[in-house]
Design a protein around this ligand. Structure first.
Ligand code: ADP
Ligand code: MG
Length: 385
């Protein structure tokens, strides 16, 4: 249903639950179009809170904080998958909220998420739900070697354990505190890709072409986005699957669906994120509309248009390790040399402390051709060590 006061035009205030880098880039996009912004985040020094017009500095479930946010904002979205869906549900009584608490709750729970994929007819890796000791002993051997993943609160590879035998599986479930988990068969991946969809209140949806993702230690390291990185036929199937997953949720907002591509070309859905995604950061510099522009449009009820890509792109994630390469004392990477390379766009999130594995920023690389972009990425990566 489209809220009565929509579309919200520039001058309105857009709210976001969560103040991390995704919230910061949402705030930048909203402000560029003349919106005011309000961020709710428990951290006084959050990346988004520091650049927003309003910063409500409370826990996500704090009643006063949520009431303040709903008074400040004309519509509210979320940027962090693990913001409790109850916070969105409670706001929805007072102010339009997108995506819905229901959609976020499904994406936050791997058990419900996989059931949704199955319902939409999209294949996922063979898996078993493990919530009880009986389910643990009923696991069949064909799921091993596998990966045990906690049903909730995992990200960047956290909450996951590789298991090769039943003994290891039992120990891993004990180690996880016997919380609800899924055991997934470990697949041999040819590569990984993702599709970002934006869907409006009226059900209209647009998407970016599938981009190819390289992970290191469970964390996204590199995204490549151009015609050559995902074969057209696979890109088409991935887009269709992502759209059916979004439609099946009656989703409003930006949704990212991650896929595995197997050696025989089979496409397997991995997981979804109910928000813009790290693998879509290249859209800021390589597309007419970024994933954050589309988040603003879906939230405000503005028209969605195909977000055409005008340049091939590669994104390099910048983790805290780069700052700690010379020892425990953080030193700034050689930005002046990196920025001397044509086509480099540096995005830093304003985080004060560099820690290993912490996402500090990303470098987008654009250029006239795929070969040029790849050559620049190699040179930038060499400078960054
Ligand atoms: P997170 O929520 O931490 O992103 P994912 O389920 O996406 O968790 O797993 C992180 C990465 O681990 C994936 O991008 C992929 O590289 C690898 N991975 C996860 N599940 C499997 C699997 N079943 N088979 C092979 N690799 C996997
Ligand atoms: Mg993932």
């Amino acid at each position: 249903m489209i809220p009565a006061n929509f579309p919200l035009l520039p001058g309105a205030t857009l709210g976001v639950l969560g103040g991390g880098q995704l919230g910061r880039m949402f705030v930048h996009a909203a402000q560029q179009s003349g919106y005011f912004t309000a961020v709710l985040d428990p951290d006084a020094d959050s990346p988004a809170g520091r650049v927003s017009h309003h910063h409500v500095h409370t826990d996500y479930l704090d009643g006063d904080g949520l009431a303040r946010l709903s008074r400040l904002a004309d519509a509210v979205t979320t940027e962090f998958e693990n913001v409790p869906s109850r916070a969105l549900a409670s706001l929805a009584g007072d102010v339009p909220v997108a995506p819905s608490a229901d959609a976020v709750a499904i994406a936050q729970d791997r058990i419900r998420e996989k059931a949704h994929f199955v319902k939409c007819g999209v294949a996922c890796a063979p898996y078993a739900v493990i919530e009880t000791a009986e389910q643990l002993s009923a696991v069949t051997d064909d799921l091993l070697p596998g990966i045990l993943k906690t049903a909730t609160l995992g990200y960047d590879g956290k909450g996951q354990q590789r298991v090769a035998s039943r003994g290891q599986l039992g120990a891993a479930w004990m180690d996880a505190g016997q919380v609800p988990c899924v055991l997934e068969k470990r697949l041999t991946l040819d590569f990984e890709c993702s599709v970002i969809v934006a869907r409006g209140h009226d059900g209209q949806a647009v998407n970016y072409r599938a981009q190819r993702n390289l992970h290191r230690d469970g964390i996204l390291a590199v995204t490549e986005a151009h015609e050559e990185c995902v074969p057209p036929e696979i890109a088409k199937r991935a887009a269709e699957a992502a759209l059916s997953i979004a439609n099946g949720l009656n989703y409003v907002g930006v949704l990212c669906v991650e896929f595995f591509v197997l050696a025989d070309g089979e496409l397997v859905v991995n997981e979804m994120a109910p928000r813009p995604h790290n693998s879509g950061h290249y859209t800021i510099d390589a597309c007419e509309l970024s994933q954050f522009d589309l988040q603003v449009r879906t939230l405000a009820g503005l028209p969605l248009v195909e977000p055409r890509q005008h340049s091939p792109a590669i994104m390099l994630n910048l983790l805290g390790d780069l700052w700690l390469a010379k020892g425990p004392q953080a030193t700034e990477p050689p930005w002046a040399q990196v920025l001397a390379l044509p086509g480099t766009h540096l995005h830093l999130y304003g985080k004060q402390e560099a820690r290993r594995g912490r996402k500090m920023g990303h470098l987008n690389i654009t250029g006239a051709s795929v070969a040029e972009v790849r050559a620049t990425a190699v040179r930038a990566a060499a400078l960054l060590g």
